[in-house]
Design a protein around this ligand. Sequence first.
Ligand SMILES: C[S@@+](CC[C@H](N)C(=O)[O-])C[C@H]1O[C@@H](n2cnc3c(N)ncnc32)[C@H](O)[C@@H]1O
Ligand code: SF4
Length: 421
Amino acid sequence: MTIAELFETRKADLRWNTSYPLSPDDWKEYRVHGRLPFSNDMSLSFYIHIPFCRQLCSFCEYTRMLCPAENTQELYLRTVALDIQRFKEEHKGRKLLGFDIGGGTPTSLSEANFYCLMEVYREAIAGMPLSDDYEPSIEATFNTLSSSKLHAMASNGFQRLSLGVQSSCKSLLHSHSRVNCDEQNMAEWLNAAHEAGIKKVNLDFMYGLKGQDESTIIHDLELIERLHPQQVTLYELRTNMLAGQESFSKNELYCQYTQYYSGLIKMGYNAHFGQNTFSVNRHDEGTSSYLRKRMLNGAPYKGFGLAAQSMSSHGVSYNIGKLSCNPHQVLNATGYPEEYTYMLPPHELASKYLAVSAYNGSFSTKRLKDFGADNEQLSLILDFCFSNGLLRKGKTERVYITPKGFMHYGALFSLFINPKP
Ligand SMILES: C[S@@+](CC[C@H](N)C(=O)[O-])C[C@H]1O[C@@H](n2cnc3c(N)ncnc32)[C@H](O)[C@@H]1O
Ligand code: SF4
């Protein structure tokens, strides 16, 4: 099949988005038993997964469960702390590039357990050198915040807080089993976060949700304008892991993104077309340092907790609770080790990097080559994309998606994915 034919075929295939691999079976041949080595990775980020939530939104693809009793929460945190200490003992001398605590909803923990999480964080970074632009970040929902949790975050160095809104439309959220607090409360929490010393707040919004249309997006934009967070992240609904499929065409999704993009740019946010993070500060990509390094450069990261993912220069792994068993069954385990470890060849590492970079609507051709992408094949695909106006060259070795390319971004990025040398 030619590159042009492959592109045409993939245009209609909704599975091609930012998920990679499309199915865990695609990596079957690379699976090994044991831990993912980080022997070549002297700089890396850490991630802690808190799989607990106070509500279970039907659109959510992440490993999450209703918040268990306080003693189970504490046991979970203590187990994660032990996993971190074990990893640190075996990997001395590493520098930390970033640290995200996500989920689930880390702030769904009880007050006492939230302090315990902060203690786990302090122990995790103790003795580790931090990169100059190290910027830890934590995820939350408005209705699980408290003033003491905000002070605990800020006093432990979390100056970036990411809060999910998804949509301003109450009935739309309700039909997805989600409730947000009202605007007045949101504004008060943003104020409280600022006063506690949190410098950057990011608000997550989604498009592609059933019930979303031009008018709900106008309301979302008006809400963003009034709340004026430092950063906004826009997620297109991914349905790969969900049973029910939602029903927007590529063209409708493109129009929804474009409406958000134009509105946010008009309000003064910075982003290039196709990027999913927006920032009032044009020198800031709108992400934490963990995501920035991971998304832009394919930097290694080690994930702790149920179902967390890790990537090193050797491969990718998923902790227990992600692929084979019900996370509830392993919640009280004595550790959350890697259950699936894949030692990946260079072209697969390059593909994984590309899938993550797709969120940014750009990628580094140099990084693809460093990972081991085949030079000749890469040039052929790039030529096809440039001559058809799907990608444009940036100032450095980065290439950026064009509006024409973004219409079929899944198909476009898939061209670079998995071309075996
Ligand atoms: C790990 S979730 C945690 C956020 C937090 N618990 C909340 O609900 O606000 C981070 C973000 O992923 C996005 N998200 C959740 N499910 C998604 C899906 N199926 N496809 C794309 N984005 C999704 C949402 O915007 C959410 O805020
Ligand atoms: S979107 Fe957030 S609150 Fe809703 S289920 Fe997912 S992680 Fe939990």
